[in-house]
Unconditional design. Structure first.
Length: 213
């Protein structure tokens, strides 16, 4: 029997409460001190672990402390700082172009709305929602590999496209918990609901989860 939207919302609320009990310290794992640092860190985190990004960024931000400095960066030199995050050619190109636009169009300050953010090179809805949620406290659903996988396992969506998953989650998750839900699902994906071998038998959500799809 197909689950109604009302029933799915009710179950999603129970899932969130359970996750909040399981991960009371859930928070953004990317270390940052400003919107600029979080933006660059999030771009670097594509196809890379947050742990690896956090190892790279202290030296990176000492060398390029703001968008103005990064806009003037030499690409080869920048690659030397970010090589270990992978896909360094595209990332370095996008980061420099992104910061140039921030300087030219936004006075050197990272914009605070989604349309302006997603107009920047290398910035999609996921990255924009990270910055808006963490820096400006504007709720947004961030769909990374963990959130997408858990959403399908939990029967919240059958979609694989991150943007489609985002919009489906927006329908069933309470808006005030959108940002927190990202961290909760990421923590659970890392600890229990792993991609290669989910620990369903010991999962605290097993009675609320229909299982992988």
């Amino acid at each position: 029997m197909r689950e109604s939207l009302t029933a799915k919302k009710r179950r999603a609320g129970r899932v969130l409460q359970r996750l909040m009990d399981m991960y009371p310290d859930a928070h953004c794992a990317l270390e940052h001190r400003s919107a600029y640092e979080l933006l660059i860190s999030t771009i670097l985190s594509a196809q890379c672990t947050d742990e690896r990004v956090n190892k790279v960024t202290p030296a990176l931000f000492q060398r390029y402390p703001d968008a103005g400095a990064m806009a003037e960066a030499d690409q080869d030199e920048l690659i030397g700082y970010i090589r270990s995050t992978g896909f360094f050619n595209n990332k370095s190109k996008n980061i420099i172009a992104c910061c140039r636009q921030i300087v030219e169009k936004h006075g050197g300050e990272v914009p605070a709305d989604q349309e302006a953010l997603t107009a920047l090179p290398g910035v999609g809805r996921k990255t924009a929602n990270v910055v808006l949620g963490e820096i400006h406290h504007i709720p947004g659903v961030v769909v990374d590999t963990h959130v997408g996988r858990l959403s399908r396992h939990l029967g919240f969506t059958r979609e694989s496209d991150p943007v489609k998953v985002e919009f489906e989650l927006m329908k069933i998750l309470p808006q005030e918990y959108w940002t927190l839900s990202n961290h909760l699902m990421i923590d659970h994906g890392r600890a229990v609901c792993k991609a290669r071998k989910p620990a369903c038998g010991s999962c605290g959500l097993r009675d609320l989860c229909p299982g992988p799809v």
